[in-house]
Design a protein around this ligand. Structure first.
Ligand code: T3D
Length: 270
């Protein structure tokens, strides 16, 4: 139950899940290179712990994450401008890929403003809860940049092209409730209920068939690219794997015996 970790990212280990807290509250938890390293390490540690079957990502203080810390940017070889291609390729893209490929569900508990890459890191999580006072801001255009961390891929899919374009070009914040009504996030909740709700959800998910949940992540990600025919083939492939899992056998047995299933989350070795 103790809290540990690098001071820029705190890890709290609970029964079946972990809470990772971005921890630079005086900078609205903006990303530095150090915080990127700490976060990736904390996620890898959760992945390596077989008892960890769900993850919560949240922020300390009044913000969730204000994106890139604009005072902590690497300078490029020519010494004048930051090399943003390199920043994305070495920091943000690996983080997004790590979150999306994680073998367990990731819940973003957005406790305050989520801006720039901070918004898009949240939107890359599997389920996004936000406190009513939180907001989402594609801040990039305000500083002459393009939405990154998967924002240009996610937003049209989540909210449709018209809203995605306006969000990116106007760079105006939207409230958690608007985000919910647009289908951008799962739910807006009262601020003081946010962490409890995220923990209840994580504790529930930690008792579910984790391996099947990881296959669901794969199927839904692939569905963004596949046509129906390819998706039907993928579903057959993934279902073949799920069907060989102990959790499928347990789920069916529990149903037939009219009892609650006890899932282990154990993966099938291919
Ligand atoms: O390297 C690259 O650039 C490539 C990667 C890009 C990815 C990106 O994320 S680019 C987008 C970067 N983020 C932004 O442009 C957002 C900047 N922040 C804001 O627009 C505002 O802070 C917010 C709208 C998020 C919140 O506004 P408000 O009024 O609630 O708070 P504030 O007073 O602006 O911020 C509080 C403090 O945090 C303040 O410091 P101070 O004055 O108390 O000493 C502010 O400077 C600091 N802060 C907020 N965001 C950042 C930041 N410091 C550094 N970097 C930030 N991104």
């Amino acid at each position: 139950m103790g809290i540990s970790g690098d001071e820029t990212v705190l890890t709290e280990i609970r029964n079946g899940y972990r809470i990772l807290t971005l921890h630079r509250p005086d900078r609205l938890n903006a990303f530095t290179t150090e915080m990127h390293g700490a976060l990736r390490q904390a996620i890898a540690a959760a992945d390596a712990d077989v008892s960890c079957r769900a993850l919560i990502l949240t922020g300390a203080g009044r913000g969730f994450c204000a994106g890139q810390d604009l005072s902590d940017r690497a300078v490029s070889d020519n010494g004048s401008r930051a090399d943003l291609k390199s920043t994305l390729e070495t920091l943000y893209n690996p983080l997004v890929r790590q979150i999306r490929a994680l073998r367990m569900p990731v819940i973003a508990a957005v406790n305050g403003i989520a801006a720039g890459a901070g918004a898009n890191v949240a939107l890359n999580c599997d389920i996004v809860l936000a406190g009513r006072s939180a907001g989402f801001l594609q801040a990039f255009a305000k500083i002459g940049l393009v939405p990154d961390s998967g924002g240009t891929w996610l937003l049209p899919r989540l909210v449709g092209s018209a809203r995605a374009r306006a969000l990116c070009m106007l760079a105006e914040p939207i409230s958690a409730e608007t985000a919910e009504s647009w289908g951008m996030i799962w739910k807006a909740v009262d601020d003081d209920a946010l962490l409890n709700e995220a923990c209840t959800m994580a504790a529930h998910l930690a008792t579910q068939p984790t391996y099947a949940l990881s296959l669901i992540k794969q199927a839904l990600d692939a569905a963004e690219i596949n046509d129906m025919d390819a998706q039907l083939s993928l579903e057959a492939e993934l279902q073949s794997r799920a069907g060989r899992s102990d959790d499928n056998a347990e789920g069916v047995a529990a149903f037939l015996e009219k009892r609650k299933p006890v899932f282990t989350g154990k993966p099938v070795q291919d």
